[in-house]
Design a protein around this ligand. Sequence first.
Ligand code: 5AD
Length: 363
Amino acid sequence: MRLQSTISRLCEHHELPADDYQALLTTDDAESMAFLHNEAQRVTENVFGRNVYIRGLLEISNHCRNNCHYCGIRKGNSNLHRYRLSKSEIIESCMIGYERGFRTFVLQGGEDPAQTTDWLVDVVTTLHSKFPNCAITLSLGEKSYVDYERLRLAGAERYLLRHETYDPIHYAQLHPEEMSRDRRLQCLRSLKSLGYQTGAGMMVGSPYQTVDNLVEDLLFIQQFTPEMIGIGPFIAHHDTPFHNFPNGSPLFTLRLISILRLMHPHALIPATTALATLLSDGHTRGIMAGANVIMPNLTPAGVRNDYALYDHKAGYGAESVEGLDLLRAELSKIDYTIKIGRGDYSPTCLFPSPSPVGKRKCG
Ligand code: 5AD
């Protein structure tokens, strides 16, 4: 097996030099990849047990002031029915989620100027008081330090903001001129310094992406140490400038999940909707590769299809709150269970195993 020692080094030291990441990303050695996935799953099990955390994903608005070339809810898409949820719709959805066992709510949306920080602070404050044992995660794009701070003080504890790509030139190929990689990184640093559990990540196989870009993404994540890491394959949307580009590879996404797991044994890594959109068994394959989070959709059914980031986005069945039993059944086939609880990031070992393997350094 060609890359066994590289993978074992990653396992032990949680970091590698650029050329080793390059080798892991370009190898066609199936045996090495099987070993990589096995090690990633073993490490995940040592830290989290055979448990999967669930987060209720509530897509609160598909209005967006940005015009990202890859995204279906970009400002320039005039073929989209736009919606924004009211405060009472958000509370109602969270109540439904709570009854089904969700203890984390992720409020995600486009950068919608009508959902002002004053309004968001009010929503977060209300959710925080109505669901005191739940975590509130926001995924609402770029904001000022002061806005992030106000939302943090209102009770939001986690924030997802993918960096999308670390390379500034590649970033400029994916985004309109007025957006910049530096501003994105500045936002991520602000979030971290405010004490948010912070999520970064990139699309896999986005247009113009090179292996070198992905190596840079890994090195960035290695040093930034986000508590959450969200990655998924790029999927074309028919009403965007990237409609003719091929989708990213779900198998290559699994490879990256495993590498990221070995880099960050304690990170919260979802098997994402995009992965489940391209692979019918994306959840279980993601978990077997080292993911430990699934984010079923909690958005009211009437507008769920309108949050169309890309074509054929999954949002029903096991990808939805209504389909939680289906998800349970999928997971039980690989002997995993859904863990009810907030599922916070914790840098210590949660499930130290007494077995000889488990006695190795946690993770
Ligand atoms: N394909 C895959 N992922 C996408 N996202 C946006 N558009 C697409 C697409 N076409 C991802 C971005 C964003 C997250 C909310 O969804 O990475 O950060």
